[in-house]
Design a protein around this ligand. Structure first.
Ligand SMILES: *Cc1c(COP(=O)(O)O)cnc(C)c1O
Length: 239
């Protein structure tokens, strides 16, 4: 396990890189939220990052988030679900996460809507419940998410069928590639979709969630507003 001191240094380095990437493209660092992706990391590391000022965390499995809850009980942080979510775990996810970034189809959105709609007055989370639409820009088979050309139709569909849900933005995972141009093109495609969606829909699509440890500088230069960083903060994952 990495020490709190290492996490502090890692966080400083990431924040510095974020600042320079922002400055290089004429953006302010405070336009970009830093998420610590704590999947496969011990709860102690999350606590250490919290002590170093990190307030936004991402996990990709309901079970794992749940198992860390007891240890993390008291901390006031924001949690986003960023992994594939099965419909049968939607209820647990709603209880654990402040936002689900990984909505890639209407079925999951409708399942969430149905659960929230059962008893909207007594929910413990904010309503309308915040989600993001995950887009599979690079069209890799291993990735979930809606195809770019079907993204607006999905947003339309969610807006019509899911009044208790609010779409706050778009999310993607960059291509599995070393080719900087390919990565940049992929982020640019999402950015263009996001700009298009902001014009087309009359609700605020605040966020563009893209960029991980290996490609966040590129993502920031292409307009990212949330970077999701695991390894560069917490070290290698213990699978
Ligand atoms: C694991 C993961 C990350 C973080 O990956 P790193 O390369 O460790 O920074 C970001 N987003 C999603 C959706 C992930 O699953």
């Amino acid at each position: 396990m990495v020490t709190t001191e290492e996490i502090r240094r890692n966080l400083e380095a990431v924040r510095e890189n974020l600042s320079s990437a922002a400055a290089a493209s004429g953006r302010k660092p405070n336009e970009i939220a830093l998420m610590g992706v704590s999947k496969f990391q011990p709860a102690e590391s999350i606590l250490a990052a919290f002590e170093c000022g990190l307030r936004l965390f991402g996990e990709n499995r309901v079970q794992e988030r749940e198992s860390k809850s007891a240890f993390l009980g008291g901390i006031q942080a924001e949690w986003h679900m960023i992994g594939t979510l099965q419909k049968n775990k939607a209820r647990r996810a709603l209880a654990l996460f402040d936002c689900i970034q990984s909505v890639g189809g209407i079925e999951l959105a409708v399942a969430l809507e149905r659960i929230i709609g059962e008893n909207p007055e007594e929910t413990t989370f904010a309503l309308p419940y915040p989600i993001m639409v995950e887009v599979n820009v690079s069209a890799e088979d291993t990735k979930q998410g809606v195809a770019p050309e079907k993204c607006f139709a999905l947003i339309d569909n969610i807006a019509v069928k899911c009044p208790h849900i609010k779409i706050y933005g778009l999310m993607t995972i960059g291509p599995l590639s070393e080719d900087e141009k390919k990565i940049r093109d992929s982020f640019r495609t999402l950015r263009n979709l996001w700009e298009g969606a902001k014009k087309r829909f009359d609700f605020p699509m605040r966020h563009l969630s893209m960029g991980m440890s290996g490609d966040y500088a590129i993502a920031v230069s292409e307009g990212s507003t949330i970077v999701r960083i695991g390894t560069a903060i917490f070290g290698a994952r213990n699978r």
